[in-house]
Design a protein around this ligand. Sequence first.
Ligand SMILES: C[S@@+](CC[C@H](N)C(=O)[O-])C[C@H]1O[C@@H](n2cnc3c(N)ncnc32)[C@H](O)[C@@H]1O
Length: 242
Amino acid sequence: MGEPVEWMDDGSPRSRRFDDRYRSSAGGLAQATTVFLAGCGLPHRWRGHERFTVLETGFGLGLNFLTTWAAWAADAERSGCLHFVSVEAYPVSVPDILRSAQMAAPPSGSDAGLMRRVQALAQELAQVWRDLAPGLHVFHFAQGRVQLTLAVGQAQRMLQSLDCRADAVYLDGFSPARNPDMWSLQTLQGVSLHCRAGTTLATYTVARSVRTRLEGLGFRVEKCAGLAPKRDCLKAVFLPQA
Ligand SMILES: C[S@@+](CC[C@H](N)C(=O)[O-])C[C@H]1O[C@@H](n2cnc3c(N)ncnc32)[C@H](O)[C@@H]1O
């Protein structure tokens, strides 16, 4: 039995535990592509890499993972392998993952092709998904070229135990006001442990506390155009002082 997801009248998923939406009211697919992929410079940045690793805080309904995988699969110049590492304390169940992929964009949206690919990949994820006990779970797809590592447990603790070198980071907890643990200095420090010079980072929030913590950890942070109704979102590059 997974974490319960509440489905609202407009088709968007919500968490009762955190009293917040799992994704932008503008749609999960649009958020994944414009805030997270574009914010991290993808697909461009994975070109020329043998292996490209994305680290995410908050796997949720897996839509960022599925969209990243779909974009990677559609890119003729993709990296040899895609490794997606995500931390999640409250894994959801298969029916919610599938429903999320069905409801990821308005039916008349311009992303129909991407949406179909995401839905097909959601079926593949559903086939291997099970009740996930705390700890690390590794799944392989695309003849081993796509690896998903799910670290099930509290982000702060799981980040300390992960062995990963991230090329890109998606920060996707619920809003800092409702989910402060995901944006605490300790959690962000845990993320920075896995970054190296040039690692890109993206998130939908521009909360000052988050920007200040990221800057203090060595990220160069920049506001950029957000997905309506939000005016801004955040992108950053890890450039620690030598
Ligand atoms: C906004 S949702 C993530 C949406 C997801 N990235 C997607 O593509 O569907 C935030 C996620 O963070 C998880 N979360 C909240 N607090 C956490 C914590 N302290 N440690 C780990 N995961 C946490 C929630 O359970 C939720 O699934």
